[in-house]
Write a protein that binds this ligand. Structure first.
Ligand SMILES: O=C(O)CCC(=O)C(=O)O
Length: 332
């Protein structure tokens, strides 16, 4: 239920993180203040910045730096880890290969998913079976990214405990069969800057870095370049509100599965990326999802808040992901 928000709030989650696994989490006044702010942000915008998250500036920078260095390589090098259906859609995709609603996106990317071994989820998981493809340079690329993924997974789990309280549930609402074994997605993305002619910036024919879309799962943690303003979020009136970089923060937004769990109290808000700067922009986007095979439906607490009405039917997260993945790419 997004509103006509005109900016995106910044929430300091340190009090929540400090007490996150304390059985009395929901009684601590400082935690309840974070929960109140999360509830307001998720209701009004579906987007918020997070500070006080404990992830070092050095790591936030390093993952963007090694991503940028990979995209600077010649195309022949990058395509050695090309994404194909045979790799479970993991690997490198060139500029324009990703499409949103039929229109090519002006970005290149490495897509990674939690690894799915053969038969792990039966037919449901077949499309996503595969191992991540990591660049060879620097030699510790994989190690750094895996460390980053595990830190983001833990951070997202903790924020979700606050969101569970915000929805009137117990802190464990998103554990166990819902998201106790969370799937994750990570996209390392590069957006070319505008080309210049005679010292002036000329708009390219298609300058949408990433077309308007919602995210698929529970919670996204976006680590964006610190000096380029390119991410935009749509409010209820259809205005595009800027989400400029705020150094040292993550931009967080809720995804389609959390919209269902919240029975529509929270919005998975449309957003897009337009890089109208001459500089190349990098973002590292981590998506925290439910268990792959979970059937998602509104939580009882959220049905009560809607006078018993269930506004969404059951959705299987893995089916939702696969349907998106199968329509996201142009054929070569
Ligand atoms: O690069 C960004 O700022 C956002 C990317 C995004 O929205 C996505 O990958 O879903």
């Amino acid at each position: 239920m997004a509103t006509d928000f005109s900016s995106i709030p910044i929430i300091d989650v340190s009090a929540l993180l400090a007490k996150c696994d304390d059985p009395k989490l929901g009684e601590d006044p400082a935690v309840l203040e974070v929960v109140r702010q999360l509830d307001k942000a998720c209701t009004e915008a579906g987007f918020f910045y997070v500070k006080g998250h404990g992830v070092s500036d050095a790591l936030l920078k390093e993952v963007k730096d090694i991503t940028r260095r990979f995209f600077e390589l010649p195309y022949e090098e990058k395509t050695k880890i090309k994404m194909t259906p045979a790799t479970g859609f993991r690997g490198y995709q060139r500029v324009g290969e990703n499409i949103t609603k039929g229109v090519p996106d002006m970005h290149e990317a490495i897509d990674c998913y939690r690894e799915v071994t053969r038969g792990m989820y039966g037919d449901l998981g077949k499309t996503m079976e595969g191992y991540n493809q990591w660049p060879q340079n620097p030699p510790n690329f994989k190690v750094i990214m895996e460390e980053y993924i595990s830190i983001c997974t833990e951070l997202a789990r903790k924020i979700m405990r606050g969101i569970a309280l915000a929805l009137g549930g117990s802190p464990d609402e998103f554990e166990g069969h819902r998201a106790g074994d969370p799937f994750w997605v990570m996209r390392l993305i590069g957006y070319p800057g505008l080309t210049t002619t005679n010292g002036t910036h000329e708009a390219m024919e298609n300058d949408i870095g990433c077309g308007a879309h919602t995210d698929y799962g529970l919670l996204t943690l976006l680590n964006q370049d610190e000096d380029i303003n390119a991410l935009q979020v749509r409010n209820l009136s259809g205005e595009w509100i800027s989400a400029p970089p705020v150094p040292g923060t993550f931009v967080c937004n809720i995804g389609d599965m959390l919209k269902i769990y919240s029975n529509g109290l929270y919005e998975s808000t449309l957003h897009r990326v337009i890089n109208s700067s001459p500089k190349y922009r990098v973002s590292v986007v981590y998506f925290y999802e439910t268990n792959f095979d979970t059937a998602v439906e509104p939580l009882d607490t959220t049905k009560t808040r809607a006078n018993g009405t269930k506004k969404f039917e059951k959705a299987i997260y893995g089916e939702h992901l696969v349907s998106k993945v199968l329509t996201n790419f142009v054929d070569d």
